[in-house]
Design a protein around this ligand. Structure first.
Ligand code: NI
Length: 137
């Protein structure tokens, strides 16, 4: 059976602050740059969720994209969209909400909801030019 990757794009806006709480605001600014702003700031995150597997001979699908769409909505968008990630998302109470860490959290939330015989990969854009990928390695 051919293995094919299906992709679903999604989007959320969220605020964050990247910082080390042991450091002064000045040291955080020097190390983390503008993302350390003590008053937070927002990003328009673009998310691409990719699922790879064999094409099912009956349905013709790798995975029903309407199911993937609903999973992304319930697990990711409802948890992150229009939220302050540091304050309102439990995973980031003690972990910096960098694009890297957000991608890992998204992966972990979706991985448990998707058939284990399918491979999952996350691509997260924090800006149009800065993005990260994570596939669970
Ligand atoms: Ni930022």
């Amino acid at each position: 059976m051919p293995r094919v990757t299906v992709h679903r794009k999604a989007h959320f806006n969220a605020a964050h602050r990247i910082f080390n709480k042991e450091w002064s605001d000045q040291k955080n600014l020097e190390f983390f740059g503008k993302c350390s702003n003590p008053n937070y700031h927002g990003h328009n995150y673009d998310l691409i969720v990719s699922v790879t597997g064999e094409v099912d001979p009956v349905s013709g699908f790798v995975m029903d994209l309407s199911i993937l769409r609903r999973l992304i909505k319930s697990e990711i968008e409802e948890a992150f969209d229009h939220k302050n990630l540091n304050v309102e998302v439990s995973e980031f109470k003690k972990m910096n909400p960098t694009a890297e860490n957000i991608a890992v959290v998204i992966y972990d939330k979706l991985r448990v909801k998707i058939d284990e015989k399918l491979d999952l990969s996350i691509k997260l854009y924090e800006t149009p030019r800065n993005f990260v990928t994570y596939s669970g390695e």
